[in-house]
Design a protein around this ligand. Structure first.
Ligand code: UDX
Length: 486
C-alpha cells in the first residue's frame, strides 16, 4: 500500500534509501542528512523500524515533514520484537541492532528493489548486512555514523592496540594508563577515555567490542563514509582516517548546516522548529523556555544526559545536592524511566526540594538545541553524547562532561583536553565535586571557557556557510549521489 507522501514524488532520478540506527541520537541525525539531500532534489526513502516510526508519528509532525519535502517518503520494517517484549530505544538498543542484523536483509532488499533505489545510506552499525545487500543489487553503499570521528578511529585502532599489548584493559587499577598507538591522538587517551565497550566492567547493554570493531571495519569497504563532524574540529584524526577511507564526507554540525541550507533554499514552506523536522521521539515540553526567559544572562546550567543514559538514585542525589549547593540556577532534563533503583520509596530531602523551587526547573524532555542557544544558558552538564556535544559547540556553551557509555568517554576527553571547552567529571559522582566543578565552569573559569567556546562556535559556523568545508563536502556528496543513477 502507498504511504503518505508517496504520491508527491517528482521526476528525480537518484534515489537514496536512508536506514538509521533505531535510537534518538541516530534517527534525528540521519533525518537531517535526508532533509539535506531532499532539499537538493534527491529522492529519499527513509526506513524506520515500526517501533521508532510510531514514536515519530506520535511525538513529531510527520505531515509537516512530508509536506515540506516532496521527494521524501517513509517506509517501515519490523525489528522482530513484539510490542510487549520490545527493548525500546534506551540502553538495550544493542539487542535491536543485533536483531536487525540477523533478520532485516529480505525486508530491506524488498524495499530497495521495489523502490528502484540507486544508493543506500545506512548506519555503519549495519555495516556488514548493508554492504552485502548493496553489492548483490549493484547499488552504491554509503555508511553514516552519528558519532565522533575520534570514537570511530579508536575502534579502528584497536586491533593494533591488541597486537602491541596496550589492550585489553587489565582492571580498575589500570584506568589511568596512557594509550600510545593511536595516530592522531597520541599520548592523549587514558584507558578510561576509550569508548566504554573496551572496559572490563561496562555499563549498559551495548554491542560487544568485537562486533563494534567488526561493523566499523565494514565501513572501509563501503563506497563512501559520512560523518557528522567538521574538519576544524577533528582534523588530526580525520587526516589519519583518510589514509583508509577513499571518500570521507564531513558535513556537520548537521543541525546548523540544515538550518542554513533551508534558509538558503529560501523555501517559505519549510518551518524551522517543528518536532518532526528535528526527529523527536519523545514529547517535547516547551515550558522551560518561558522559565529561561526570566533568568539572567549566562546564569543557568543546563543538565541533560540524552535519551539513553540511566542514573542510579545515589548518583541522582549526589548531582542534585551538588547543583543545589553550588547556588547556581539549573534546568534539568529528568527523562521518565531514567532513574534506576528504588525510586519513590524515600522522600526527596527537603533542602533539595527548596533549592530546586528557588533556582531550578525540571523538564521531561526539552527542545534542546533551542535551550542551548538561549542567552540564559551559561553551561551544560552533559553525558557527552555526540549530538549534545555538537549542539553545545555550535551554541558556544562550555561543558561539564559526565559520560555514561559508548563513545561518550572519548568525546569528553576531547572536550576537556583537546578543545578546552570544559571540564571532565568522568567516573566520579560526588556532591562536593559537582558543587566545585559547577562553580569552576560558571564562575571562576567562566571567561576562559566562554572564550574558547565562542572560538569553536565560530569555526563550526564557518564550516557550514558557503565555501566552508562541510558546505563543500555536502555539495560533493550530492554530486556523487546524483551520479549513482541505475
Ligand atoms: C546516542 C548515544 O548514546 C551517544 O553516545 C551517541 O553519541 C549518539 O547516540 P544519546 O545518548 O541520546 O545518543 O545522546 P545525544 O547524541 O546527545 O543525542 C540526544 C539528542 O536528543 C540530541 O540531539 C538532543 O538535542 C536531543 N534532546 C535531548 C532533546 O531534544 N531534548 C532533551 O531534553 C534531551
Amino acid at each position: 500500500a502507498k504511504m503518505k507522501g508517496e504520491e508527491n514524488l517528482g521526476a528525480v532520478v537518484a534515489h537514496v534509501l536512508a536506514f538509521p540506527c533505531p535510537a534518538q541520537g541516530h534517527v534525528n541525525s540521519m533525518l537531517k542528512v535526508a532533509q539535506l539531500l531532499a532539499l537538493h532534489d534527491v529522492r529519499v526513502t527513509f526506513v524506520n523500524t515500526d517501533y521508532v516510526h510510531n514514536r515519530l508519528v506520535r511525538f513529531g509532525d510527520i505531515d509537516t515533514l512530508l509536506a515540506s519535502y516532496p521527494t521524501l517518503q517513509f517506509k517501515t520494517i519490523s525489528d522482530c520484537f513484539t510490542e510487549e517484549d520490545h527493548p525500546g530505544i534506551g540502553d538495550r538498543v544493542g539487542d535491536v541492532i543485533n536483531s536487525i542484523n540477523l533478520h532485516a536483509k529480505p525486508l530491506l532488499r524488498d524495499i530497495l528493489l521495489t523502490q528502484k533505489v540507486t544508493c543506500l545510506i545506512a548506519d555503519g552499525v549495519f555495516g556488514s548486512l548493508t554492504n552485502i545487500l548493496a553489492r548483490q543489487l549493484g547499488i552504491t553503499i554509503i555508511h553514516f555514523r552519528a558519532v565522533s570521528a575520534c570514537s570511530i578511529w579508536s575502534y579502528l585502532c584497536s586491533p593494533k592496540l591488541l597486537e602491541c599489548n596496550e589492550l585489553p584493559i587489565r582492571g580498575d587499577e589500570d584506568m589511568d594508563r596512557i594509550i600510545c598507538n593511536t595516530p592522531g591522538m597520541e599520548n592523549l587517551l587514558r584507558c578510561r577515555d576509550l569508548p566504554s565497550m573496551f572496559r572490563p566492567n561496562r555499563k549498559g547493554h551495548l554491542m560487544s567490542i568485537d562486533s563494534v570493531v567488526f561493523q566499523t571495519q565494514q565501513s572501509l569497504q563501503a563506497d563512501a563514509f559520512i560523518l557528522n563532524t567538521f574538519e576544524d574540529l577533528e582534523i588530526p584524526v580525520l587526516s589519519q582516517m583518510r589514509l583508509h577511507f577513499p571518500k570521507l564526507f564531513t558535513i556537520g554540525p548537521l543541525h546548523h548546516h540544515l538550518n542554513l541550507r533551508k534558509s538558503e533554499a529560501n523555501k517559505a514552506s519549510l518551518p524551522n522548529d517543528t518536532n518532526s523536522l528535528k526527529g523527536n521521539l519523545f514529547p517535547v515540553d516547551r515550558s522551560c523556555m518561558v522559565w529561561l526567559d526570566d533568568q539572567p544572562e549566562r546564569s543557568v546550567i543546563y543538565v541533560s544526559f540524552g535519551s539513553v543514559a540511566l542514573i542510579t538514585r545515589e548518583e541522582l542525589l549526589e548531582i542534585w545536592y551538588g547543583l543545589v549547593n553550588s547556588k547556581k540556577r539549573f534546568l534539568w532534563v529528568m527523562r521518565p524511566h531514567m532513574i534506576t533503583g528504588k525510586v519513590g520509596e524515600d522522600q526527596i530531602p527537603v533542602e533539595l526540594e527548596e533549592g530546586t523551587k528557588d533556582r531550578g526547573f525540571m523538564a521531561e524532555w526539552t527542545p534542546q538545541d533551542e535551550v542551548l542557544r538561549h542567552k540564559a544558558i551559561g553551561g551544560f552538564l552533559t553525558h557527552s553524547g555526540w549530538n549534545s556535544t555538537l549542539e553545545s559547540i555550535e551554541a558556544g556553551v562550555p561543558m561539564i562532561c559526565w559520560p555514561y557509555f559508548a563513545d561518550q568517554q572519548i568525546n569528553s576527553r576531547f572536550v576537556s583536553e583537546v578543545w578546552k571547552l570544559g571540564l571532565d567529571m568522568k567516573d566520579v559522582c560526588d556532591r562536593n565535586i559537582v558543587e566545585n566543578i559547577v562553580n569552576d565552569l560558571m564562575v571562576h573559569r567562566q571567561e576562559e571557557f566562554l572564550k574558547s567556546a565562542q572560538k569553536m562556535a565560530t569555526l563550526a559556523h564557518k564550516s557550514v556557510i558557503e565555501g566552508g568545508s562541510s558546505y563543500c563536502n555536502l555539495d560533493d556528496l550530492i554530486h556523487y549521489i546524483k551520479s549513482t543513477t541505475l
